[in-house]
Ligand binder design. Structure first.
Ligand SMILES: *[C@@H]1O[C@H](CO)[C@@H](O)[C@H](O)[C@H]1NC(C)=O
Ligand SMILES: *[C@@H]1O[C@H](CO)[C@@H](O)[C@H](O)[C@H]1NC(C)=O
Length: 346
């Protein structure tokens, strides 16, 4: 039998060199990853040093989800345990609070029982226009988890990721423009733009506001035959881009006409030629003319990205909570949001 000298001097020196290189290179890799677009991790498995426990103080919108098994491993995050058992407060590595239930008064913060130096995370996916009572939460939260890119834990509604395999074909188009709206209020900018646009362009309106609600499974098939989708956000705020873009338009294979943050924000998330921005036109009539006069080859260009990219939707709160562990080693220690309202409304 041959004998191996596993730990020859050369091998040991080589190993030491590799280890040294790793410690030099790893911080560069991880910091560039942290700056890049996208949620906390896409394909890489993150390995925190020791097991972390994220306590979900209450479920967003009271919709509890099963936490059996190693939930986070499923999302590529190791050593991360999610619990919704409030009696484990003293053992939690970090506790996360969803804003809506704080705002409504359904849930109160366990301030008196808070262990010393336990990090607390504030999470919210609504825009500042629909977020209230923030002034009550000064000097409490250490980290924020929102759709804003400058959040400690960034949780976009969706993103484009490299595609595996060929893109599925888009549905043949024989309708003009669609809009799904449940909350129609005259003062909303999106309503003003719709009213002007619909004078010059056929817009089919679905959703509760028009008494044509679409069941979850009907949404994408209903929208797919349209050439354009009005991905109009309910309010215009920094980085506030929702499933109206990711699911209703890009996910349905429909070209989005967006109303939300400026074009430059959208371009941080998707190619410049993947969408039409309302702000690019001086009037609704000009926008309508552009949409109506577009020829087939011009229209096809809006789908060029699909050859190399695919839409990834984020909708499961468990995945977002696991993201706290993935980001944990990079999160700033001793940070506290003195004025959460000032931060969120800035
Ligand atoms: C579009 O095509 C579908 C079938 O593919 C048909 O049911 C529908 O009526 C057509 N719509 C229009 C506006 O022509
Ligand atoms: C289609 O429209 C584009 C942009 O307006 C134009 O440059 C192109 O010549 C048109 N192609 C055809 C075949 O009409």
């Amino acid at each position: 039998m041959p004998t191996y000298r596993l730990f020859s001097h050369q091998a040991m020196a080589g190993l030491a060199l590799l280890t040294a290189l790793w410690f030099l290179i790893y911080p560069l890799l991880s910091s560039s990853r942290a700056r890049g677009p996208g949620m906390w991790s896409l394909s890489e498995t993150f390995q925190p040093q020791s097991k972390l426990m994220v306590l979900i103080w209450h479920w967003p919108f009271d919709k509890s989800l099963p936490l059996d098994g190693d939930v986070c491993a499923h999302y590529g995050v190791a050593n991360c345990w999610l619990s919704a058992n409030q009696s484990l407060l003293s053992q939690a590595s970090v506790v996360v609070f969803h804003h809506y239930e704080l705002q409504s008064g359904a849930v109160r913060l366990p301030l008196a029982q808070r262990p010393l130096r336990q990090p607390w995370v504030w999470t919210n996916l609504e825009s500042p226009s629909n977020t209230h009572r923030l002034s009550h939460y000064q000097n409490i939260f250490n980290w924020v988890m929102t759709y804003r890119r400058d959040s400690d834990i960034f949780v976009p509604y969706g993103e484009l990721v490299p595609r595996d395999g060929p893109a599925p074909p888009v549905t043949a188009k024989n309708r003009t423009a669609a809009w799904v709206i449940s909350n129609y209020r005259q003062t909303q900018k999106r309503v003003l733009v719709y009213k002007q646009l619909s004078k010059h362009l056929q817009v089919d309106v679905f959703g509760r506001a028009n008494r044509k609600p679409l069941c979850p499974d009907c949404l994408l098939p209903t929208l797919a035959p349209y050439r354009f989708y009005l991905a109009f956000e309910n309010s215009q705020h920094r980085d506030y881009i929702t499933e109206k873009l990711w699911r209703n338009s890009l996910g349905a294979g429909v070209v989005p006409v967006v109303l939300g943050p400026p074009r430059s924000t959208y371009e941080a998330f998707l190619p410049a030629d993947a969408f039409i921005h309302v702000d690019d036109f001086s009037s609704a009539q000009e926008l309508a003319t552009f949409l109506k006069s577009m020829n087939a080859s011009h229209y096809q260009r809006f789908f060029a990205w699909r050859e190399r990219l695919a839409v990834r939707l984020y909708s499961d709160w468990r995945e977002r909570f696991c993201g706290i562990c993935a980001r944990y080693p990079h999160l700033p220690q001793d940070k506290i949001y003195g004025d959460l309202e000032a931060w969120f409304k800035s």
